[in-house]
Every structure is written in C-alpha cells, then in structure tokens.
Write a protein that binds this ligand. Structure first.
Ligand SMILES: Nc1ncnc2c1ncn2[C@@H]1O[C@H](COP(=O)(O)OP(=O)(O)O)[C@@H](O)[C@H]1O
Ligand SMILES: [Mg+2]
Length: 234
C-alpha cells in the first residue's frame, strides 16, 4: 500500500444539459484512491465511467460535492489552475491512443513536456526514459502507423508518465485491442503501479479486473460498490 491518498471524491455529482433534457451522469459518488494503487471503474455503457475520469482530470467540473486530486481541491480551482494540474501532474490515456501521425513516437511522448516549456533535449531524454519503462526502447524513431496498436498504446502510456508524472487516468485503454494485447497493456499499467504510479482506468472487460487492486462499479451514475481487494481501504 502506498503512502497517502491520491484522489478523494466526496458526494460528487455531474449533470449535463442538452437543450431541455438533462442527464445526470454521476450522483453522490464518494471514493478514495490510495497512492500507488490500480483502480478499475466498471459498469455498463453510460454508467458514468468516462465522466468520472474527466472530472478527476479536470476536463469537466463537478456540479456538487468535493473532489481532491493530488492535494488540489479541484472543485475550487480556476480554469488556469485546472489546466496546469492537467498538463503537469496527470496523464490521460484514451481508447484510440490519440498519437499525432506526423510525429515520431518519441516526439509524441515528449509533447507534454514541450507544452510546459521543457527544453527539447531534456524533454527527449525524459521521453526515452518513459519509453524504456513501457518496453518501447527500440521504437523511438518510428511513426505511429509503423507500429502495432499495442505499441501505440504503450507510447500513449509513456506520454502519460513522461517527466515522472504519478497519476495516470485511462479511459478504456484496452478497448481497441485484442485480448492478448489488452492483457499486456494491463501488465504495463500494473508495473507502473508497482513503481508507485496511481492508475485509475475504466473498462468493461471483466478480464481486466483481476489486475486491479480496487474495483469501483458504477450504475446509472451511482457507485454501487467499491471493493477494497485487500480489505484495507476506507
Ligand atoms: N458531454 C456530454 N453531454 C451530454 N451528456 C453526456 C456528456 N458526457 C456524458 N454524457 C451522458 O452521461 C452519461 C454517462 O456517460 P459516460 O460517462 O460517458 O458513461 P460511460 O463512460 O460509463 O459509458 C450518459 O448518459 C451520457 O450520455
Ligand atoms: Mg466511457
């Protein structure tokens, strides 16, 4: 078990309005994610998994409740503070990898550092280190179209941890991969967790849940269970 808590949500809610319709995407969700653990969010399509990840990432704002991420009270942060948190402290991994096709793998991985003004040489060195951590040492100069889907997703994970960021949010990271490759990606995320990275991912593949320390089940925007696998989390 890591020391400290990475995320504390207390009664958070989120509603979207589309014209006259409103959709409650999350209702009264409370959970606590310890540092250095892998938490899987699961539940049917539309249950609120992506919304919860977007709130934690500061991509959307909570409508109610308190949300603390890495010591920041994100429900009170200004847009600029949220942008800084997202850029500097949080990595986000998408189902479709979201690599830029015109950049090499290492150029993609170093982008978040360049975005915050890290000198190019230093950014490239950090990107190489991140790529080595996810098993991509030999593929730095390839373009995304020249590698497999699993390798592209590893690059997206490297981009999420570059510069030693310690919180990785992954929305259906295995959703576009075959089951064996998906399992390898879960192993990569599990090794990062072993190194102290906090990982929160969404999945509707039950096979992925065996990799998780904690499983949060959502249904219609409500947290219906939060299983502390070792019986050690409040
Ligand atoms: N930007 C949005 N605008 C309107 N409704 C949204 C938006 N994002 C999510 N929703 C709605 O919120 C609910 C939860 O969606 P989502 O978090 O994407 O679920 P999941 O990731 O579990 O499939 C769904 O009813 C969805 O249609
Ligand atoms: Mg989703």
């Amino acid at each position: 078990m890591g020391n400290g808590v990475a995320i504390v949500a207390t009664g958070i809610g989120k509603t979207f309005s589309m014209g006259k319709q409103t959709v409650t995407a999350l209702r009264d969700v409370s959970l606590s994610v310890p540092v250095g653990t892998l938490t899987a969010l699961t539940g049917p399509s539309g249950s609120g998994k992506s919304t919860l990840l977007h709130l934690i990432a500061g991509l959307e704002r909570v409508d109610s409740g308190d949300l603390n991420v890495l010591g920041h009270q994100v429900h009170r942060c200004s847009p600029a503070e949220l942008a800084a948190l997202r850029l500097r402290e949080i990595g986000f991994v998408h189902q479709d990898f979201s690599l830029l096709a015109d950049l090499t793998m290492v150029e993609n991985v170093r982008l978040p550092l360049e975005a915050v003004g890290t000198p190019r040489g230093e950014a490239t060195k950090a990107a190489s280190e991140a790529m080595a951590r996810v098993g991509l040492k030999e593929l730095e100069q390839r373009f995304p179209a020249e590698v497999s889907g699993g390798q592209q997703q590893r690059a997206a994970i490297a981009r999420a941890i570059v510069g030693n960021r310690t919180l990785v949010l992954a929305d259906e990271p295995t959703g576009s991969l075959d089951s064996r490759t998906g399992s390898e990606i879960m192993d990569v995320l599990g090794r990062l967790r072993d190194d102290g990275v906090t990982v929160v991912l969404s999945t509707h593949n039950p096979a992925n849940l065996s990799h998780a320390d904690h499983v949060a089940v959502l249904h219609d925007g409500a947290l219906v269970s939060f299983d502390a696998a070792e019986g050690d989390v409040a």
